[in-house]
Design a protein around this ligand. Structure first.
Ligand code: OGA
Ligand code: MN
Length: 274
C-alpha cells in the first residue's frame, strides 16, 4: 500500500510507495483522489516518466485541458514552463489558482520537473479553505453571494511573447471573455468552503465600484501569504506536484535567474465553481 506523509496539518503530503511508470490500479487511483482532496497538494519523488506516461497518469483523473500557451511539440495537452537566462522567471510568481479565466477552471494540475536549478525555484502552496476560515465574521458575511470577475488578460503577454499576431489575440478575447465565479467556493467533493479569488486573474467584483472592489480584493489576496496556511516544495528532477486547484493556490518562486528550470504541466478539466 502507498503511504501519504503529511507536510503540515492541513496542506501538502508526500506520497511514497507508488511507481507512476506502471499502470496504477483503480483502487490506487481512488486512494490518490482522496489524498488529493484531503491534502490539497500531493508530491511524488523520482518518477522518471515520459510525456505519454504523464498524460496517461493524468487521464485517470478526468479529461485533459489544452492550454493556449506554450504547448509541448507533439503533445498539445502538455504545457511547457521553461526559464533561463534569456527567459527570466516571472508570470507564475504571483499567488494564483490555474486558469480561473475559464468558465470551468481546472480540477487539478500535475507538474513534473524536468530540469531544476541547484538552488531556488521552489513552489509554495496555500490552503484557501484555511484562508476562508481565517476571515473575520464580518468579512465572511460581506463576501457571501458576491461574484468576482476573472480575466485572461494577464496571459496576453505570453501570447504576444510567443509571437501571436493581432488576429490571434482578437480570437482569444472572443474565446475567453471575462467570467464570473463566486468569491466563496464550495468544494464539490467535501462541501467545504474556500476563498476563491486570486491575484493573477481576479480583476473586480460584480456590482461593486472599482476602487472598493480593488480594496476588498487586495485584503482577500493577502490571506494566501500567511505561512501558517502554506507548504513549500523543493524540487528535484522527476519530482511531481499534483494540486487540487479548487482548494489551494500556488506560487512559483522566481529566485533562480539566470539558471535554467524546465517543467511540464498536464491539467485536468474541472467543473463550474458554485
Ligand atoms: C503552473 C505553475 C508553478 C511552478 O504550472 O501552473 O504555476 O513552480 N507553476 O512552475
Ligand atoms: Mn499555475
Amino acid at each position: 500500500m502507498p503511504l501519504a506523509v503529511s507536510q503540515t496539518p492541513t496542506i501538502g503530503a508526500e506520497i511514497r510507495g507508488i511507481d507512476l511508470s506502471q499502470d496504477i490500479s483503480q483502487e490506487n487511483v481512488e486512494w490518490l483522489e482522496a489524498q488529493l482532496v484531503r491534502h490539497k497538494v500531493i508530491f511524488f519523488r523520482d518518477q522518471n516518466i515520459d510525456p505519454a506516461a504523464h498524460l496517461g497518469f493524468a487521464r485517470k483523473f478526468g479529461e485533459l485541458e489544452t492550454h493556449p500557451v506554450n504547448p509541448k511539440e507533439g503533445f498539445s495537452e502538455i504545457m511547457v514552463l521553461h526559464n533561463n537566462a534569456e527567459k527570466p522567471p516571472s508570470g507564475t510568481a504571483v499567488w494564483h489558482s490555474d486558469v480561473t479565466w475559464r468558465a470551468k477552471p481546472s480540477l487539478g494540475s500535475i507538474l513534473i520537473a524536468r530540469k531544476v536549478p541547484n538552488v531556488g525555484g521552489d513552489t509554495l502552496f496555500a490552503d484557501m479553505e484555511a484562508a476562508y476560515e481565517f476571515l473575520d465574521d464580518a468579512t465572511q458575511s460581506e463576501i457571501k453571494g458576491m461574484k468576482a470577475i476573472h480575466q485572461f488578460a494577464p496571459m496576453r503577454r505570453y501570447l504576444i511573447e510567443s509571437g501571436a499576431d493581432a488576429e490571434r489575440l482578437a480570437r482569444f478575447d472572443l474565446d475567453y471573455p471575462p467570467v464570473l465565479h463566486p468569491l466563496v467556493r464550495t468544494h464539490p467533493v467535501t462541501g467545504r468552503k474556500s476563498l476563491y479569488v486570486n491575484a493573477l486573474f481576479t480583476v473586480g467584483i460584480e456590482g461593486v465600484p472599482n476602487d472598493e472592489a480593488k480594496r476588498l480584493l487586495r485584503n482577500l489576496f493577502a490571506t494566501a501569504v500567511r505561512p501558517e496556511i502554506q507548504c513549500r516544495f523543493r524540487w528535484q528532477e522527476n519530482s511531481i506536484a499534483f494540486w487540487d486547484n479548487r482548494s489551494c493556490q500556488h506560487y512559483a518562486t522566481a529566485d533562480y535567474y539566470p539558471n535554467e528550470r524546465l517543467m511540464e504541466r498536464v491539467t485536468i478539466q474541472g467543473d463550474q465553481p458554485f
